[in-house]
Each structure stands twice: as structure tokens, then as C-alpha cells.
Design a protein around this ligand. Sequence first.
Ligand SMILES: *Cc1c(COP(=O)(O)O)cnc(C)c1O
Length: 334
Amino acid sequence: MVEIDMMLHAQEPDRLRLAQLPTPVVELKQLSRHAGVPRILMKRDDLSGLELSGNKIRKLEYVVEDALAQGADTLVTHGGFQSNHCRATAAVGARLGLKVRLILRSEDPMPEADGNLFLDRLFGAECSFHPPKEYQSQLDNLVETTLDAERTAGRTPYFFPVGASVPLGCWGYIRCFAELAEQLGRDSPVDLYVATSSGGTQVGLMLGRALLDCHNWSVRGVPVSDSVDYFRTSLRELERQTVAEFKLNVPIDQMPIELVDGFIGEGYAIPYPDAVESIHLLGRSEGIVLDPSYTSKSMTGMLSELAQRGSSRLPVFLHTGGSFGLFARRDLLS
Ligand SMILES: *Cc1c(COP(=O)(O)O)cnc(C)c1O
């Protein structure tokens, strides 16, 4: 990985080594036969660790480094009650001896401690639950109250938002792009498919693509929570902030934002039959676990595009993790 460091070192902020990197790239032979295309590859970021598994840990490497540099002893963040981001934060906190406070969105005031939430508890994070309406309208207050309580108790809290999708966190996927380009070679044309929600993953990949001049790579985000129109604006905004904060030499106005529309279903974390079928398909044909909120939908989007337009470039699926979430939804598969 010497080459990656050479490519990025000028602007890259410090990071903690938390994830198991590089994650492997594997060929999905049964799936490509099923889809009728010569090859499909998978970048297995679901193997970035066990407790730390998934895409969030790459972002946390930078964000938690910053928290430690600022003398924090408590991490405060938020997300849905089955948030992979919150679970990874809880695990990192335990490992580094930091307190973790999670502000969680949940219809049910006492949701069953299964999947990620089971692990949040196991890792000793302090969780509070808020109905979606309160969570949406009162989030700033909830965060402020939590930070105040920690300060009053004599601790030094550090806050980062859902998904760690802040400019610092985007570095996780700038680096991942460089890692993948080194694994596949920069010159081969690639269609890289990824689930998009808080946006830092796709923005990091797009910036990596620009920084490494991989113009024959396409970063194809599959929205799983909000509309394509919403993402066209919010991804660009996060991209602008990241370019400004780190003075990156990237012409963002000329960079395409590629989004694969039509695979959200009724909304975030609400599965639909084709997405459930994708979970079955990857389980049976490859022995790989997809999750109910993200990768089942991005996989469905990729397979649909391949069925409609075939593949002139090499399709690569970024498995962003989330496996624990499936255990909280075993009802879907019974
Ligand atoms: C958070 C998450 C994503 C989406 O990444 P963002 O950076 O939030 O867009 C995709 N897949 C899984 C499994 C996730 O947990």
C-alpha cells in the first residue's frame, strides 16, 4: 500500500488504524452466470473487521483520530436504532476506552435488542430512543442536551453526525478508491456500484476518482433513503465542503454525479420483494450476506442495470456491510 500513501499523502489527514485493510476483491462467478455477464467483482468492505465491519469504520479512522487529538473522552453520534454506524462507533469506543452516547431513532420506545442494537448494548454504549418525529424536528436539541450533560459530568464529548459523513469522514472512501484502483489497475474501465444514504461513501469515491484521474471509472450510487433530486444537491454540497476544507485540486463542477434511481422502495430500511430476492440470491449462489437496508437495494439496482444494458465496463459491487442488520429482520426470509 506504499503507492496509495504516495498518491494521497499531501492532503490526507491523520488516521487511526482500526479497519482490516486492504479489504479483498473477489469474483462472483455464480452471480455473473445468473446475470448473464462475463464477470462481476465484489469489493468486500463487509470484511473490514467483525465488530467494526462495514463502510463506517473507514470514515471513523479519521473522525475518531480527530476526537482523540482534541482530547475527547466521549463520542456522541446518532442514527436509526439498527444503525451500522452507531454499532461501529460503540465498538471503537469500547476498544479505545471512550464513553459512547447514541441518539437513536425508533418508532418503538423499547426496541428489541437484536442485530446492531444488541451489539451497541454489549459494547456498553448508552442509548436513548426517540420517535421519528421528535428525532427529525429536535435533533439539534437532543445533541446539545447530550453534550451538555456530558460536560456537566466533567467529560469532554466529541460529536459527529449520522454516518460520519463530514468532510473528514469522506477521506475513508478517497482512500478506499485508491486501494481499489491499486487492486484492479487504474486503466480498466469500471462501473462501481454503491448504496448511498448519508453520502460520505459516494462523495469519497467520487473525489478519489477525480484525484486519481480515473475517468473511465463510473461511481454509480444507488439511493436507499432519499430521492435522486435530494442527493444531487446534498452530495455536491458535501463534495464542495470537502474540497474547500482540504484544498483539493478537483474541478467538481465537471464531475458527474451518477445515481441509479428506482431502488429505494417505500423508504429507508423498508425492504421490498426484489430486494429480499437479492438477499436470497447472494446467500444461495455465493454464500454472502447482504443487509435489508442498504446492500440488498444496491445489489438489486446493479442487477437491474446489468439486465437492461449489459456491461461494457467491469461491474464491481462495493459491499458496504450491514450483515448484523439482517439478524434483526429474519422475519423477511422465513
Ligand atoms: C451507512 C451505510 C451505507 C451508506 O453509506 P453512506 O456513506 O451513509 O451513504 C451503505 N451500506 C451500509 C451497510 C451502511 O451501513
